[in-house]
Design a protein around this ligand. Structure first.
Ligand SMILES: [Zn+2]
Length: 322
């Protein structure tokens, strides 16, 4: 109501009041953002969120609600804002002191302008790609695997072994599955095979077992639905814990109050909703810190039950590393 009463006339008046008395010399605008990294400690492990890029998505991405209902949901969130939602792509780097672990690699060259910034931000954050020894994949969509290779197709992290779930590799790297897939999805299968087959053939792609520690304090958790082998990773160090949950939520302002909203990218939307429901309930109850691949950068925060509907997101604040 207050916003609507804030009329054009009032804005013009404010603008006139803000006019400088004399013209200052023109100063060039800078137009670059701060480096996209954010650090937090989880016990003795240092976690660095790495920004890859962001863009807007149309509301038609969301399933299980009519266009009118989706419009209403967005209006409840954004008022008169355009009917699109903003999505980030985030990767995460864990320095345990013994291992330097990258969770997902961003889109590399696959997603077009504005994306593929994980590598630059990893360097800005003080690390080099040669130092990464382990890469954990939540799943094999392009925005998570595109950055595994350089523009000319070489391994971007030359000393790293890549780990995935077997279900995920079986699904994406099978020529038979690719042939069966709907036309619109065939490119995704081809990309996964193009990027990951050389690693597989070179012995650099390995399979973890969900529910068993892969490295000390690092455990993969099966979170299927978005893709068949979609996996989260729990990091537990010194009594503190964080869950890297991959693509459990694509747009927090919509899917937390309305977890029933599937997305068009889900391989199995029914299972994806079930998994999200169960995990949100548990995470809100446990007050576990979350790191999300598509929640607004740095994508780290808590979910809690909202007394009105579903859940809500409380992001971490910006501050000293602790
Ligand atoms: Zn994704």
């Amino acid at each position: 109501m207050i916003v609507k009463a804030f009329t054009r006339a009032a804005l013009l008046l404010l603008a006139a009041m803000a006019m400088p008395m004399a013209h200052a010399a023109a100063t060039a605008q800078i137009k670059t953002q701060a480096p996209g990294y954010y650090r937090i400690m989880i016990g003795t492990a240092e976690v660095t969120a790495l920004y890859d890029g962001s863009s807007t998505f149309p509301l038609t991405l969301f399933k299980n609600a009519t266009p009118e209902t989706l419009d209403r949901y967005v209006e409840e969130i954004n008022g008169n804002a355009p009917k699109v939602v903003n999505g980030s792509v985030n990767s995460f780097l864990i320095n345990t002191g013994e291992h330097l672990i990258l969770i997902d690699s961003g889109g590399g060259k696959l997603l077009g302008p504005g994306f593929g910034q994980v590598m630059a931000n990893l360097k800005a954050a003080g690390y080099s790609p040669e130092q990464v020894d382990t890469i954990l994949l939540t799943h094999m969509h392009g925005d998570h695997i595109g950055g595994l290779v350089t523009a000319d197709g070489r391994p971007a992290y030359p000393n790293a072994t890549i780990w995935t779930s077997k279900a995920e590799a079986d699904y994406w790297l099978s020529a038979a599955n690719a042939a069966k897939a709907p036309k619109a999805q065939q490119a995704g299968f081809q990309r996964a095979r193009d990027i990951l087959t050389p690693f597989k053939d070179g012995g650099k792609l390995k399979f973890f077992t969900a529910g068993k520690d892969l490295l000390p304090g690092v455990q993969p958790i099966a979170l299927p639905g978005h893709t068949p082998g979609h996996t989260g990773f729990v990091l537990e160090q010194g009594g503190q814990r964080i869950l890297f949950w991959g693509d459990i939520v694509h747009y927090s302002a919509l899917q937390l109050p309305h977890p029933e909203l599937a997305v068009g990218f889900d391989a199995d939307g029914v299972q994806a909703v079930k998994t999200r429901d169960a995990l949100l309930k548990l995470m809100a109850h446990q007050q576990t810190l979350i790191a999300g691949a598509h929640i607004t950068f740095p994508g780290i925060g808590y979910v809690s039950a909202d007394e009105r509907q579903g859940y809500r997101w409380t992001p971490v604040g910006y501050g000293e590393v602790r």
